[in-house]
Design a protein around this ligand. Structure first.
Ligand SMILES: [Zn+2]
Length: 72
């Protein structure tokens, strides 16, 4: 007898509700790429970049010139 059904429910598919940090934690790199094509904000907590502030915990405006080489 094996019980592997420990997941909460079927709401697992709603990636739009997840922040970039959470996507990162789940290894959803593709979704991260999709949201950081033209990043305008950076997370003050985990340094993830995103196109929209609502994708981050601590969104800060991304400075266009200075952060260029930060992520290699
Ligand atoms: Zn974050």
């Amino acid at each position: 007898m094996t019980q592997q059904n420990q997941k909460p429910s079927a709401g697992d598919d709603d990636l739009s509700q997840l922040h970039m940090c959470e996507l990162k934690a789940r290894g959803l790199i593709e979704e991260i790429d999709r949201r950081s094509t033209e990043p305008t904000v950076v997370c003050g907590k985990c340094n993830a970049r995103a196109n929209k502030p609502e994708h981050l915990h601590n969104p800060r405006p991304l400075k266009k010139k200075t952060i260029d080489s930060l992520w290699g």
